[in-house]
Design a binder for this molecule. Sequence first.
Ligand code: HEM
Length: 445
Amino acid sequence: MSRKPSGPPTRYGWNTPVTAPGPDGSSLLRRVREVIAEPLAYLEEVWAAHGDVIQFPIPKPATYLVSSPSGARDVLVNLNRDMGKRTVQYTSLSLVTGEGLLTADTQAWKPRRRMLQPAFHHDMVSLVSGHVTTALAHLDQKWAALTVDGPALVDIDQEMMSLALEITGKTLFGVDLSGEAQELTDATIDALHGVIDKAQSLLPIPMFVPTPKHLRMKRAIKRLNRAVDAIVDLRRQDLIHPDAPIRDMLDVLLDPDVDTPLTQQQVRDEIATFIVAGHETVASALTWSWHLLGAYPAEARALQADPSRAARVFDEALRLFPPAWVITRRVLQDVEIEGHVIPKNAMVIVSPWLVHRHPDVWSDPLTFQPDRFADGAPQLGYIPFGAGPRLCIGRDMARLEATQIVAHLSQAWNIEPVHSGEVVIEASVTLRPASGLVMRISPRG
Ligand code: HEM
């Protein structure tokens, strides 16, 4: 598979043609552990070395990385009809979420999106605001107790994870995550981590082989299914009045008045999808918002003086630390992107981490400048929520929730860095600080 000294190869085994520049096979094989341990550094390196459209030396499926803002738009928007979701990323995720909205391929996806869209309409989104207020009141109480004797240290990553989880629970089930709901979320998160573990293992062992990791993941999925059944059964007994207002996502999923009500399996898949897609993503972006504000004290002061800056702070944190740091697609028929033919069946990777650092759109891309978003986000080169028809259905909800949290906490608390220097990023389901992020909190006088 390595390049011959006489010139670049024209095929990578199995008749996979080479249609774009990229790293050679032997260097990728030699560095596979490093690539798994530090994927962001590797992506940056190959981008710098080979440009905006790269082909990896992988024969099946042919695998490309597209990083120009216009190329990313081609993949997600213009060529959307030629792009499916049967990729390694989404197939592994579907071990947990089944055929939920995030992983469903086009045929199954279209009617489901139409059905679920109302759940994310304005009224529902504003319902979330009340849950955020309650969850923030709980956090204020907890932090007040911690700081009675002066400033306290907290792992802001853990704090944001629990805050987001409480809000997710209320939004989905209208309840605190206690009892069945707590069990359901724990099982989903366990199963998800099993999937990530599996994706990162060097030997792809099929699921039917009973390794300890596979058994643990299967047990978590069983627990998830049992917990969903318990919650759904309870709610069905609740005899929802046909005219009763929608209280939470579960009401929407169980709505009997739609043309084709969801089956129990479909309800389960969507619940798991919402937990997976809506919890850690928001928490991760909040954690990095506090990290960036800590590193740029003038921005923190500006936010304290004017909490309406919270939205642009959050948008800029999503630019520098996009929780969904890779988005993948399966090419359904030959397409051309930035002058390169990308063949049918290839996998295309778009990394918001790279696109958000592209000098064509972003000046001084590595610095934190919330005012870039003073007039909203640019059309090209900003894709923290994806783009096109598969745009994140929870985008408005996530932005509303996060903006409210950043505005409130920056008014009520000083949240300051403890360690200077680089924070090691773990790129897994989302981007998280590898060893948590300890910050000092004290009430604002
Ligand atoms: C900061 C928070 C969030 C980020 C960064 C984020 C990011 C994304 C991205 C990049 C996609 C597109 C994936 C692709 O094109 O392959 C997506 C889709 C999706 N997201 Fe989010 N998301 C966030 C919050 C949420 C929330 C709060 C929910 C639900 C409660 C949610 C539910 C979904 C679903 C169901 C999809 C699939 C939509 C479809 O294909 O029709 N997300 N998200």
